[in-house]
Design a protein around this ligand. Structure first.
Ligand code: ZN
Length: 285
């Protein structure tokens, strides 16, 4: 999992520095996460990913393959994040500004995909372009995305945070690895598909499926938080902004809520309390 910086591949030096992707050429993006230097290295390869397997969306999407995610701490120790992946699995991102939540493609493709950047709509700035001025083209710069509406001549400028500066997103990736470690059964996959097709689950099926999903979520978070804790002990604090573990547990709580709502689980406060107690116990200081 760790290696010294001297053994970096020489390709790192030849990576493109000027912006997003040129086909078939590797490039990298550097960020800071607290005291850690963070780097994401794209292989240059693009893949078609069938999005249907986790969201039942019919379209395929292009994803950029990530060959390495690495963190370097102040002592120069290196964490190769890809070494946490199970065999044959790869990371990929759906372009630099995709806002899709992190998700694994479960059974058909061995890819964990995540957005390269996370947009922050709360800090959107909207400007009106006067009639006598030319409208800009929609464009990206490294930290912002510009949407242009020709109809009302407005430009929306949305700040973007690189993924490796977003601790919740990194926890999310660990969570997805937890799902892979745990695996998914045929029955679970079948119920999942039925749920995505909406209204076809009978109440009993919904209840069974709800229990399965929540158990999976619980175990994936337990895995993620255990990894987080172990990595922190090894000198890599992937959530440096957190004042204490409670802040991290609150984030997990919020993620579980999303599932509870979607699954319309009855008696959800009781179930969630059970799950959170389970996770808390594994995540003692
Ligand atoms: Zn999950």
């Amino acid at each position: 999992m760790f290696r010294s910086p001297e053994s970096f591949p020489s390709q790192t030096e030849t990576l493109r520095q000027d912006g997003f992707k040129q086909e078939r050429e590797p490039w990298s993006e550097k960020s800071k996460l607290g005291d850690l230097d963070a780097e994401i290295i794209y292989s240059g390869a693009e893949k078609r990913k069938n999005a249907k397997s986790f969201n039942n969306i019919e379209t395929d999407v292009n994803v950029c393959e990530v060959s390495e995610i690495r963190f370097i701490n102040s002592e120069g120790k290196v964490l190769e994040f890809s070494s946490l992946l199970p065999p044959e699995w790869k990371f990929a991102t759906e372009g630099p500004y995709a806002t899709n939540s992190i998700s694994n493609a479960e059974t058909t493709e061995k890819i964990i995909s995540f957005p390269g950047y996370v947009l922050d709509p709360d800090r959107t700035k909207i400007t009106q372009v006067p009639e006598n001025q030319d409208l800009p083209q929609p464009h990206d710069d490294s930290r912002r995305k510009f949407f242009v509406s020709p109809i009302d001549r407005r430009v929306a400028e949305i700040p973007a945070t690189p993924i490796l500066e977003k601790p919740t997103a990194i926890l999310g990736i660990l969570h997805e690895i937890g799902h892979i470690e745990k695996g998914i059964s045929q029955e679970e996959f079948y119920l999942h598909q039925k749920l995505e097709e909406k209204e076809t689950l009978r109440p009993k099926e919904r209840e069974i499926y709800g229990e399965i999903v929540i158990r999976h979520e619980r175990d994936a978070w337990a895995y993620a938080l255990k990894q987080y804790r172990d990595l922190k002990k090894q000198g890599f604090d992937l959530y440096p902004q957190a004042e204490n573990n409670q802040e991290i547990l609150d984030f997990v709580d919020k993620c579980l809520d999303t599932y509870m709502k979607k699954l319309e689980i009855q008696d959800s406060p009781r179930i969630k309390r059970g799950v959170m107690d389970f996770i808390k116990n594994l995540f003692q200081d």
